[in-house]
Design a protein around this ligand. Sequence first.
Ligand code: AMP
Ligand code: MG
Length: 312
Amino acid sequence: MRAADDRAIAEVVRHLKGGGIAAVPTETVYGLAADAANPGAVAKVFRAKGRPAANPLIVHVTGAEMAARYAEVSPLAGRLMARFWPGPLTLVLPKRADALLTGAVTAGLPTVALRAPDHPVMQAVILGLGRGVAAPSANVSGRLSPTRADHVAGLDVPLVLDAGPCRVGLESSIVKVEGDRLVLLRPGSLDAATLAAAAGVAVETAAGASTAAPQAPGMAFRHYAPRLPLDLDVTEAQPGRFLIGFGAVAGDLSLSPGGDLDEAAARLFDALHRAEASGAARIGVAPIPVTGAGAAIRDRLVRAAAGSTGQG
Ligand code: AMP
Ligand code: MG
């Protein structure tokens, strides 16, 4: 683990240019970065995470200009980029025939998922490499996402850049642009209503985006699983159960005593990591409203609860 200063960033860039992988902070979660054009490097990412080959990776770009090297950017997609980039929005777009991407990144799909992260360290890494950086979350596939550098522990990665806790703390919202339709594949801190208002078109929700079976590659229902059984909508303390509070429910620790959903999102994964490490036999989580970032928090918790009881 290294503080993410200029020297460490330069070392990561050299390492990525040589086909290596490194864990790098973004505003959403810590990512496991590789040169998206390098088959060997991308293979290392899949291997380190134990990620199924059918689950494509998000390609991180500096902005709209770099995105146009990889995807057909329609006016609608361009509007979303102008409004939300850099930021926690991933756009799934038609892949350009001449895109310099190794096939494993898109899992052989005709589309590519692109995002411009709003974090100076990740931006510097992409700029240094000079091309797209493939980066899924820096955790073992199916386990809790890392929102602090020490959460990356357990992953076989030679370099971890530490820039403190992630500001957003939830993985990006993923929107597929299909002509003039927008389909929300994964909820994030940007909710469907905010996206729809900015785009001027309705945002449909993919059937699998929240609680149902997977509809798109990688939308595995069982995901974000803590090591312990997890109970939702818990308001009462119970011996042996670590209670993650919110608002009026204080719990053993609170996602946000004042009931702020963005604050809760930023603290969610760290709270789950702490609950796992607490020695408790179960985890309970207080009720979370499903407005704004709350919908994405709920999505992660429902998946965590399902994983913990062995469903899906
Ligand atoms: P992660 O890297 O774990 O944040 O997850 C990236 C997710 O983006 C995948 O699990 C897919 O659900 C989604 N994704 C990436 N590329 C595509 C694509 N070409 N089409 C649809 N979904 C994609
Ligand atoms: Mg992930």
